[in-house]
Design a protein around this ligand. Structure first.
Ligand code: HXC
Length: 250
């Protein structure tokens, strides 16, 4: 891999976008590497994934403006589709994905973070959807996922103005879950990931699916899906073992 560093520590995988000189802007090559890595992670024994950016300055400054400056509608559609493929894979992966936002998360960088399940940010992080300043609208799910996370009024404010918000404001609107100092962001994220990894990955995975599906379905359908999924947990050996060890105070 040229643009992604993938490191495994026990059951936690850290993917680092490795294009520091361009503030981890996501070229087509970066997105293609994401597809390969995510295809592997779908099958392997890892339990939690962390995504971050190389260096101290950026998680990702978004899609590659140099590339976008040279393309027309046909290539633009392909670029959008590739991004959607990556972000949908992250969202549908049956394991939690945490964005460790270590600086700028702008445009496609913010959209990448939005496709993750949890967002932790460093105190110097800046998030935003500045696409309209470049004559484009968000194209990797920003209009849809931002809307679902912060609501329509805040999503429209961020998208129409293209303004950048700091970690504190992002937390106040529920866009990030927690803020850490730059020095502690990765260690705190790993600690959190390790704690999640101790839990049943079947139960965590199914919970992720239920929350995600719940956002786009009626309450009635979501509740029925929960009953069905809950019952499925009782078909697993792990559930039996975990309950038994609780009762035997192991
Ligand atoms: C390509 C980028 C880039 C990007 C930064 N760089 N962002 N290259 N695409 N998105 C490059 C710069 O050209 C420069 O390269 C180097 O990274 C360092 O950036 P500087 O601008 O010199 O750094 P600084 O002055 O500190 O400013 C940081 C910044 C600024 C505020 C983050 O770089 C910036 O505004 N970047 C663009 C952010 C943005 O608009 N993102 C949305 C893109 S649209 P050189 O070679 O000169 O050193 C998008 C659409 C998604 O994401 C949907 C797609 C379908």
């Amino acid at each position: 891999m040229q643009y992604l560093n993938v490191k495994k520590e026990n059951e936690v995988i850290q993917i680092t976008i490795n294009r520091e000189d361009k503030l981890n802007a996501m070229s087509l090559e970066v997105m293609n590497e994401f597809i390969s890595v995510l295809d592997e992670l779908e099958k392997d024994s890892s339990k939690v994934i962390i995504i971050t950016g190389a260096g101290q300055k950026a998680f990702s400054a978004g899609a590659d403006i140099e590339y976008m400056s040279k393309i027309g509608p046909t290539e633009a559609e392909k670029y959008a589709l590739r991004g959607h493929e990556v972000l949908n894979k992250i969202e549908k992966l049956e394991k939690p994905v945490i964005a460790a936002i270590n600086g700028y998360a702008l445009g496609g960088g913010c959209e990448l973070a939005l496709s993750c399940d949890i967002r932790f940010a460093s105190s110097n992080a800046q998030l935003g959807q500045p696409e309209v300043t470049l004559g484009i609208c968000p194209g990797w799910g920003g209009t849809q996922r931002l809307l679902r996370i912060v609501g329509p009024a805040r999503a429209k404010d961020l998208i129409f103005s293209g303004r950048r918000i700091n970690a504190e404001e992002a937390m106040s609107m529920g866009l990030v879950n927690k803020v850490f100092s730059s020095e502690n962001l990765i260690s705190e994220t790993k600690l959190y990931a390790k704690n999640v990894a101790k839990n049943s990955n079947f139960a965590v995975g199914i919970s992720k699916m239920l929350v995600n599906r719940g956002m786009d379905t009626s309450l009635d359908t979501g509740l029925k899906l929960e009953i069905y999924s809950w019952a499925q947990c009782f078909a697993t050996k792990e559930r039996e073992e975990r309950m038994s060890s609780f009762l035997h105070k192991k």
